[in-house]
Design a protein around this ligand. Structure first.
Ligand SMILES: [Zn+2]
Length: 247
């Protein structure tokens, strides 16, 4: 007689337990789904820096790469401002508190401005730069800060590669082993051009490369035209000249 209520109680509780277990499993499944979806997501953020380009790559592996600063202004105050107002806060919002690397495509102010503040406020593992002479105050200050913080500096050349894990890679397509000299804009023409590839999706980051640089770039091995291209802003249609070899 004593067992009957217990047995009856157990029968009454069983559906609740089943529902609870199902709920737990459903929640667990949802979290796994979110995790799996998140683990496959490559994020490329283009910061609104006005003049120039600044892009943040966040790979599913957690690896991060910042390409360029930006913003108007040719003095040091302008340099810090865009980093303080846009780039560093933008990184923090996205949970990026350290960088595996910064790519400085070239030394012009509108691609360097703001990076001084990034280097000052965020740990940076390495910097890739064409490392060509560029006598401009923001660039020289950035180089000094990199040295002050002990950040390893590498010379960007064709063939180098960033491995973001999970099959995601960024390849340096330009400049070539021998830089281009004697053009009207050597700094632009020797810009680092980077191709980020993730499966069938790719991005092309071109700095300010111009005609002479494009001629060299178009000869680089590359099987497909990029899905998203940051084309040179001065002549945005010029990459059409690359022809079929890019498709
Ligand atoms: Zn430039």
């Amino acid at each position: 007689m004593d067992r009957a209520p217990t047995s009856s109680g157990a029968r009454r509780l069983r559906p609740e337990i089943v529902i609870l277990v199902l709920l737990i499993l459903a929640v667990a499944a949802a979290w796994v789904s979110v995790y799996r979806a998140g683990s496959r997501t490559l994020t490329v953020t283009f910061f609104n820096v006005g003049q120039g380009d600044s892009a943040l790559i966040q790979a599913p592996s957690g690896r991060t790469l910042l390409i360029d600063g930006g913003g108007e202004g040719h003095d040091y105050s302008g340099s810090s401002d865009v980093g303080e107002r846009v780039i560093v806060p933008g990184m923090m919002v996205r949970g990026v508190k350290r960088l595996n690397g910064i790519v400085v495509t070239h030394g012009d102010d509108d691609h360097v401005n703001g990076l001084d503040r990034v280097v000052d406020q965020v740990p940076v593992e390495m910097v890739l730069d064409p490392l060509l002479p560029h006598p401009a105050a923001p660039y020289e200050r950035l180089r000094a800060l990199e040295e002050e913080h002990g950040i390893p500096l590498f010379k960007a050349r064709l063939g180098q590669q960033f491995n973001f894990g999970k099959g995601i890679k960024a390849m340096v397509l330009h400049p070539g082993l021998v830089p281009i000299w004697g053009t009207a804009a050597d700094a632009n023409n020797n810009s680092v051009v980077l191709r980020l590839v993730y499966g069938k999706v790719s991005f092309l980051f071109t700095g300010d490369v111009e005609t002479e640089g494009e001629t060299s770039l178009c000869a680089a091995p590359c099987s497909r035209f990029p899905t998203t291209a940051r084309t040179p802003r001065r002549r945005p249609t010029s990459f059409a000249r690359c022809g079929p070899s890019w498709r």
